[in-house]
Design a protein around this ligand. Sequence first.
Ligand code: 3NM
Length: 217
Amino acid sequence: MARIRADKMRALLKVYFISGSTNTAETELANVLAQAIAGGVTLFQFREKGRGACSGAGKTALGKKLQAVCQKANVPFIVNDDVALALELDADGVHIGQEDGSAAEVRRKIGDRILGVSTHNVAEAKQAIADGADYLGVGPVFATSTKADTRAVCGPEFIARLREEGIHLPIVAIGGIHAKNAVEVVAGKADGLSVITAISNAADPKAAAQQLSQVWK
Ligand code: 3NM
């Protein structure tokens, strides 16, 4: 296996759904994911975080269930933060934040699997690239109440600024994105839209994913 090419990575980032049992009821999550994929989700991240999140065998079982939904539809399955679980499940990749340890160390552990790193400024972006990231997560581009400890809102134009500073790795924007403001993110030079609640809280997850993928057309 070789590292993913940038053009393939950019295509996968277009509509990137992130979720766990604290965003959608655990019993509903596989169903929501299947609907979201039917609506055009290109990549999925299992992010089991926050109060009441599953751990241990329960987390592994939920991860396996969601991975099976992804595999059926040929959508890559990324695990947030938990390298051991990603290796146990033979996931397609890992996403880490700045507080989740060294990206270089994660790269060594996961081989050629996809590595995403959340970054918030040029220095973090350059370090993530040097450490072997395949894509950068940048946010919050808009206000969000889904994650408590986010940095200040950077706005979608911040991604264009990173480009001007010579950061050419694929970038996915995150934070408060929904169908109505997604067009601003696309105009701001992001390669992809990553969302939690725009899909996990939608009355119709398939339609929500369709609306987000429509923004690229
Ligand atoms: N990371 P929603 S914002 C998981 O800024 C996450 O790095 C962020 O959820 C960052 O789409 C965020 O519901 C939450 O706003 C995104």
